[in-house]
Design a protein around this ligand. Structure first.
Ligand code: AHR
Length: 727
């Protein structure tokens, strides 16, 4: 099996490419390259006859109950600026973007010229600006509001100030303004003697950055601002109309005469709109709703590479992501920008609770990537007890009862009920390291002893055999997380990869989690995936071809429910303004009407909506797999059969479906488009969306003489269809 390699090295190099948005306009001419066919397609449009056995219950298998889910890590501003609802960018001046680069005479990546040119990652004033002549803004380290949030801003007003003075934040490339409540807060401290105990009025507002129009405003009047410590101020904003676009700012302003010659220190601003399910410090509604609509069954978090850190010190430390924002230091994430950790462990747990999904909690396994990306530092065996303890504490935080040390901390944060954890993943892509055998064993044995009912996930099996000469044996009941960023034909050829997988690999009881996958480039003669994303090969936005090829592979998972348990597309989110990685399942910018559900999203949506509870045996009495691929399940609750059919040929294929019993009705939903390269973007969001299938009456013979049923239909070229037979 072709395993991708070198992803991390190149992903790291991609940090260089930030903000190089490819702004498609919706026309196919934007595509760097075209596919006219999938290389692995058999050019054979002869008829196919399928016989679905709805009678013999002995040949059925239960489908995998959690098969389709979500993977989230903060990449491409999918957390800060993305699904985390906070609207202010750089809200607490915690750190900047940085670049990595390759230099002659240096092996691998090194830090390159970064946003903060002197000290990469150090705080900057990005996203902030002053209002009014002579107003000064500078970073301030003399009035830390906490040890976790040591930096703020100093604002100096001139002695001759008149009219409006203040400062503003531009948000994450703008901010959405609509009629709803926005919760505002910030910390402020006065300077003595430039303030002489005067009472200060702070006006906050939401404004158009283009016209200056004020959509909502609120004044916190006559505050006696302290000099020794800061005070946190709160208010709300209530726009009464939707702004015409998202080019809006958040303004803190003052009457110039009233603040002449004064100086204030501010930090940790927050502007929170209403969130998904109203959860405090929660999720941006439209993006969360896109996930929720997909009917996912699990959430994998917090990474991905973002779990591992660019160094052991900067890894995702779960206990530093908890509690009041003033206690969260944030960290330089793995994707070239500083993350606030506003979307912390509790927020991920609430995300899964609000969506009613299971959790795949990825715990640090003692390996970080370092800048170079591969074979970064590993904890030696004699220090693995610390790593294990960190994971044990994290799990106790999630599911311990309130009398336990960490369960009581969770309770103190407002959630006394334990969160159930069904799956724990030990690390991420540890096949990039030579040390996983001992780290895996240590972690697996330690965690299993403490939590025997959790299902554990190994991030490596045989991927490192060429480089490091080891295979991990996946114990029965353990899942192997395999990642595939591939060309479309890889997914087609892999349709039967999991048939007899346990037997072939001699791992009885071992199971599979397809933790990350996507069609990342068009077919090439070498099949080698190029992770530098060459324009003429790379797939920027999931295309129809992606949905079809990924769908074929997922049918392969569906028909092996005893082996294949979980699958999640990755990365799941991309800010169109600033990203490290494409393609992504959902794209967005500050304007919710620009949130784009891609072709791959709709493939996931269809498969997740029409899952069924039992797999049904199908025999083909005419024709074979490729160019048609199929799979059938029975939904016992609804008493119906779902037949999924994918046609990867550029011609229609005549299909006959025989069912040995009558059915009451047949309906269908089809995903297809004008072209294999069709894709959805901001201005063409519905190029590739599921549509109801119109089925001619002549196609369907719901009950013939003798009680059997027949359905005859030409499966359209390049299409993915779900037929539903109500029994
Ligand atoms: O999905 C992007 C990255 O790809 C993930 O962080 C990592 O697990 C993989 O290399």
């Amino acid at each position: 099996m072709a395993q991708r390699s070198q992803v991390i090295v190149l992903a790291t190099a991609l940090i260089l490419g930030v903000a190089r948005a490819q702004n498609g306009t919706g026309s196919l001419t934007d595509l760097a390259s075209y596919m006219t066919h999938i290389n692995a397609t058999r050019n054979d449009s002869s008829p196919v006859v399928l016989n679905i056995d709805t009678k013999d219950t002995s040949k059925r298998n239960a489908t995998a109950p959690y098969l389709y889910g979500m993977m989230h890590e903060d990449i491409s501003h999918s957390g800060d600026g993305g699904i985390y609802a906070e609207l202010l960018a750089n809200r607490a001046f915690q750190g900047s973007n940085w670049n990595t680069t390759n230099l002659p005479d240096y092996n691998g990546s090194v830090i390159g010229v970064s946003e903060n040119t002197i000290e990469p990652v150090a705080p900057v004033l990005t996203a902030w600006n002053t209002i009014g002549n002579g107003t000064r803004i500078l970073l301030d380290r003399f009035h830390p509001i906490s040890s976790a949030v040591p930096t703020g801003i100093e604002i100096d007003f001139p002695e001759d100030a008149t009219g409006e003075h203040g400062f503003q934040n531009y948000g994450w490339w703008g901010m959405n303004v609509e009629p709803q409540q926005y919760n505002v807060s910030f910390y402020v401290q006065g300077n003595y003697p430039r303030n002489q105990a005067n009472l200060t009025s702070f006006t906050v507002s939401l404004r158009s950055n283009l016209t200056g129009e004020v959509f909502a405003s609120s004044t916190i009047a006559n505050v006696s601002v302290p000099f020794i410590d800061s005070v946190q101020l709160f208010t709300t904003l209530h726009p009464n109309r939707t702004a015409p676009n998202s080019n809006n700012t958040f303004v803190v302003s003052f009457d110039g005469e009233a603040i002449r010659g004064q100086t204030y220190y501010f930090s940790l601003f927050s502007l929170m709109p209403e969130t998904f399910m109203g959860t405090p410090n929660g999720l941006r509604k439209d993006i969360a709703e896109a996930f929720y609509d997909m009917k996912p069954s699990f959430l994998r978090f917090p990474g991905g590479n973002n779990l591992e850190g660019f160094s052991p010190q900067t890894r995702w430390k779960w206990n530093e992501t908890l509690g009041p924002l003033i206690d969260r230091p944030g960290r330089p994430g793995n994707w070239g920008y500083y993350t606030t950790q506003g979307l912390g462990l509790m927020e991920y747990l609430m995300w899964s609770e609000d969506m009613g999904v299971e959790r795949v909690l990825a715990v640090y396994s003692g390996f970080s990537l370092d800048i170079w990306g591969v074979s970064g530092p590993s904890y030696p065996l004699d220090r693995m007890p610390e790593v294990l303890q960190e994971a044990l504490d994290e799990i106790e935080f999630c599911m311990g009862n309130i009398t336990s040390k960490w369960g009581s901390v969770r309770a103190s944060l407002g959630h006394p009920e334990p969160f159930d954890i069904k799956f724990v993943e030990i690390g991420n892509e540890d096949w990039f390291s030579s040390t996983y055998p001992y780290r895996w064993k240590f972690m697996y044995e330690g965690l299993k002893a403490a939590y025997p009912n959790i299902t554990y996930i190994s991030t490596a099996y045989n991927e490192a055999s060429a480089s490091y000469g080891y295979n991990i044996t996946i114990p029965p009941g353990v899942l192997w997380d395999t990642h595939h960023y591939e060309e479309p034909s890889f997914f087609v050829r892999g349709f039967n990869f999991y048939d007899n997988w346990q037997e072939t690999t001699n791992q009885p009881g071992a199971q599979v989690f397809l933790g990350e996958f996507s069609a990342i480039q068009i077919d090439t003669p070498s099949h080698a995936v190029n992770f530098s994303f060459p324009e003429d090969k790379h797939i920027y936005y999931p295309r129809l071809v992606s949905a079809l090829a990924e769908g074929v592979y997922l049918l392969g998972l569906e028909r092996n429910p005893n082996v294949c348990k979980l699958a999640s597309y990755a990365p799941s989110l991309q800010d169109f303004n600033w990203y490290n990685w494409t393609p992504d399942m959902i794209g967005f910018d500050a304007d919710p009407s620009h949130t784009v559900r891609s072709a791959s999203y709709w493939q996931q949506w269809l498969f997740a909506h029409y899952r069924g509870t039992q797999s049904l045996p199908i025999t083909n009495s005419e024709g074979d797999y490729n160019p048609l691929f199929w799979g059938a399940t029975l939904d016992e609750g609804k008493n119906c059969v779902y037949l999924k059919i994918i046609n990867i040929l550029g011609d229609s294929v005549p299909l006959t479906v025989n069912i040995p019993q009558p059915y009451k009705a047949v309906n269908g939903t089809i995903l297809t488009a004008a072209d294999l390269n069709s894709y959805n973007y901001i201005y063409n969001q519905t190029e590739v969306v599921p549509k109801p299938l119109s089925i001619p009456a002549s196609a369907s013979t719901p009950a013939s003489y003798g009680g059997a049923a027949k359905f005859q239909w030409d499966v359209p070229r390049f299409s993915l269809t779900v037929l539903q037979f109500d029994l």
